[in-house]
Structures are given as structure tokens and as C-alpha cells.
Design a binder for this molecule. Structure first.
Ligand code: ADP
Ligand code: MG
Length: 256
């Protein structure tokens, strides 16, 4: 199909709910190792797009190509096994489990699928488990939550929990990260910290990142390319500085 490793190519993506077209023929490409932001007013279809890419919603029409595969017919665990990991707009961690166990859970799901397809039966042999725990510790350190590894997630601060969620996605060893509003609800210091982790996920790990974000400063700093949705349609796209000046984008945000 011609998609390179780490490249995501969305074309003609349409999602209809009863009486409502949430996405209407949307297309964009995430280049390998780039940060691509999807922006748009509330209800524009951003989360719907993520839900289709991760297999939670089914597309009515269109195609999503990643790593030589068509994702639109696949269930979430198959998409994850192909190297697409996501975070949620609202945190989805097990609050009573430790940071380490949350990361191991994310990893376990992936490994089971990996081993099953390799025809092996015992993924949790002791040496394997130690190797996974070591990797999980490295990832926790990478996002700056290493000192919280043994702590239950529930009482941790919001900013730390958001980075734990990103760590859980990274624990699946993805090629593409889907981040839905990664800095929503964060204060300035937490935002800068999260932005730095995302920047390094791309620079140090070579990941492709697709991000839905309301914080325009963050989008301008982080994104190589921006796609703008409004009422389910792609109304603009391109480099952040050009998109910011686009009259169609200004109109959409002013509601004119
Ligand atoms: P955004 O994330 O850009 O704010 P959404 O993708 O959440 O927008 O929603 C786009 C539109 O689709 C909204 O009108 C929303 O109400 C509708 N929508 C989203 N999910 C569903 C669903 N599961 N069933 C029906 N309508 C939905
Ligand atoms: Mg949303």
C-alpha cells in the first residue's frame, strides 16, 4: 500500500451516527517521526477520529492505512499490536494499582497478543517478567514518574497521572502515539513538562505523534503539521503558522 513504517494515512474518513455525520470525508497524513495536531471547536469530530483510529468506533466509509495494514476493520487489540497506542481525554488508569502495575498491564496485553501470534504459550516465564519490569522502569523514568513507581495511582497529582497514562501507552512500544488532549486541565508547569516529554518521544524514540489539543501555544510549539476540523470536515491544514492565519480557521473559532 506504500505507507512507510510509522506513517499514518487517513483518507475519505466518514463516521455517521443516527442523524449526525460526525466525520465527513476527512483525510490527512502523519509523516513518520512527526508530530501532527488535530484542532477544531468542540464537536468538530476530533475524538471520533481518534476512536476510529484506535478501533473503538467503526468507520462508515474511508480508509486508515498504517504500516502496510488497513486499520478500519480491525478491533482495538489488533491495532495496538500493530504499534498504535492511545491515551484518553479522561484518564483511564486503575487507580488502586501502582504506577508499575499499570504500566505492566499495558505491556501484558501487547505481549500476550505478540506471543499468541508467535505460537508460544508461556509469556510470563520469570526471565521475561524481569525484562518487562526493567523496561517499564526505564519508561517511567523517561516520562519523569520514576520516583512514583511503587505508589498507587489514585492519590497522585493530576499532572503526574497524565504522564503515567502516557507512560502506559509507551509501555506498549508503539510506533504511533495518539494523544487526546494531553495537557487539558494542567497548570503551566505541568503543561511544559508534558510538552517536553512529547517532544522527546519524537526526538529520542522516533515516534510519530497524532495529538488532539486545545492549547494553541502547545500546538504551535510541538506540531510539524496541523489539520483543522469543523463540523466533521477538514477546513484547513498545513504548517502551524500558516494554519493560524487561515481565514477559514479564524472564522471557525470565532463561530462567524
Ligand atoms: P470533539 O472531540 O471534536 O469535541 P467529538 O468527536 O466528540 O468532537 O463529537 C463529534 C460529534 O459526534 C458531536 O456532535 C458528538 O455529539 C457526536 N458523537 C460523538 N460520539 C458519538 C456517539 N457515540 N453517538 C452519537 N453521537 C456521537
Ligand atoms: Mg473530544
Amino acid at each position: 500500500d506504500g505507507t512507510e513504517a510509522g506513517e499514518l494515512r487517513v483518507s475519505g474518513l466518514t463516521v455517521r451516527f443516527a442523524g449526525l455525520t460526525a466525520l465527513d470525508g476527512v483525510g490527512f497524513t502523519v509523516a513518520p517521526g512527526s508530530v501532527h495536531a488535530i484542532i477544531g471547536p468542540n464537536g468538530a469530530g476530533k475524538s471520533t477520529c481518534f476512536n476510529v483510529l484506535s478501533g473503538v468506533y467503526r468507520a462508515s466509509e474511508g480508509s486508515v492505512r498504517f504500516g502496510g495494514a488497513e486499520l478500519t476493520a480491525l478491533p482495538p487489540h489488533r491495532i495496538a499490536a500493530l504499534g498504535v497506542a492511545r491515551t484518553f481525554q479522561n484518564i483511564a488508569l486503575s487507580r488502586h494499582l501502582s504506577v508499575e502495575d499499570n504500566l505492566m498491564l499495558g505491556r501484558h496485553r501487547l505481549t500476550r497478543a505478540g506471543f499468541a501470534s508467535a505460537g508460544l504459550r508461556m509469556p510470563w516465564a520469570r526471565g521475561e517478567d524481569a525484562r518487562h519490569r526493567a523496561r517499564v522502569r526505564d519508561i517511567a523514568a523517561f516520562v519523569g514518574v520514576g520516583e512514583h513507581l511503587a505508589a498507587p495511582v489514585g492519590p497522585l497529582s493530576y499532572g503526574v497521572r497524565k504522564r503515567v497514562e502516557l507512560a502506559r501507552a509507551l509501555a506498549m512500544e508503539p510506533r504511533l502515539l495518539l494523544l487526546d488532549e494531553p495537557v487539558a486541565g494542567m497548570n503551566g508547569a505541568e503543561r511544559r513538562r508534558m510538552a517536553e516529554v512529547i517532544r522527546r518521544a519524537r526526538a529520542d524514540l522516533g515516534l510519530s505523534v497524532l495529538l488532539v489539543e486545545h492549547d494553541m501555544g502547545m500546538v504551535m510549539r510541538l506540531a510539524d503539521e496541523v489539520t483543522v476540523l469543523d463540523f466533521g470536515r477538514r477546513i484547513a491544514g498545513g504548517a502551524p503558522a500558516a494554519v493560524q492565519r487561515d481565514p477559514a480557521v479564524i472564522r471557525a473559532y470565532l463561530g462567524a
